[in-house]
Design a protein around this ligand. Sequence first.
Ligand code: ADP
Ligand code: MG
Ligand code: MG
Length: 354
Amino acid sequence: TKLRVGLLFGGCSGEHEVSISSARAIAKALTTGENTTRYELILVYIQKNGVWKDSDIAQQVLESGKPLLITDEAQRRDRIPQDINLSEIDLWFPILHGPNGEDGTIQGLLTLMQVPFVGSGVLGSAIGMDKIAMKMAFSQAGLPQVKYKLVMRSQIYSNPCIFPKLCDELEAELGYPCFVKPANLGSSVGISKVRNRQELETALDNAASYDRRIIVEAGVIAREVECAVLGTDRPKASVVGEITFNSDFYDYETKYTEGKADLFIPAKISDEIANKIKEMAVEAFLAVDAAGLGRVDFFYVEKTGEILINEINTLPGFTATSMYPQLWAATGVSFPELVHQLIQFALERHSEIK
Ligand code: ADP
Ligand code: MG
Ligand code: MG
């Protein structure tokens, strides 16, 4: 009998549309070649307002590639799946990017349901999403990274006002340019590169509109290289890829406008550097307790030979042209085989946790 795979996509995040594209690619992989004899695909779509939809509506969203328009505001209680027969699903494949999907929330629900699911559990997802918690885990594992400071929203709007003093400290410790980021987001949303005091103030105010926790980092001039990790307790690293672009940094527009960024696989770096990156990618994966999949992103400072870890993404973009599946394809694991392996790792992990 076939394993019934619930492909969970969409979600309440700014990366809703990316999730639909990722789900399309995964759905196709589950319904081609050998996978057709192994898996039965069940589509479950989460609308932007958090309402779950299955069968025809989910199918329609996947085929059109367009989010379902929200006509009426959901009642709080309507968000919990009611009409959907969740008991028919043997394994979940959540492919939700960003908050409410990559951060441990969905993973908590699926853990509670006691059904195996692809990817990291609650802990790995939550640590991977929060840039402060992630950096603390990396630092504990001895992984080199840029200098950073945590800023709380309450410090920005405090009374009596400590804002000028806070900016003085950030300037003194991190210098310019620096990067201001909401702690719990992705796709470069809410991130600014700042070069002076006025930009710093504006960027902090802007980041505070997205999150209570803000991270400010010293800026580096470096090449951006990425490594894909696959597995559970003894995960494997893919070949290393590089992203190049002409914009000031790898911002939202550069990420999602066709032709603005180029992927080079494998990256044109020495074997020595590539091996070091692969090793660090696996260490980073284990440091945050990731499982199944993760894309680990680095800054390679060519001048000094330094490799600094930037972040891990526990549910990286998974469209046919995304870095994660392309890195595995270049390593000898085809897209359908990758999806198959992820499901097998999920089953293995579930039986180990039990
Ligand atoms: P996200 O999780 O949204 O992808 P990142 O932390 O990866 O956020 O930052 C997005 C992009 O911003 C990076 O890919 C890089 O181009 C740039 N960037 C972020 N932090 C730094 C930094 N400290 N120095 C130089 N560039 C940075
Ligand atoms: Mg990220
Ligand atoms: Mg990033």
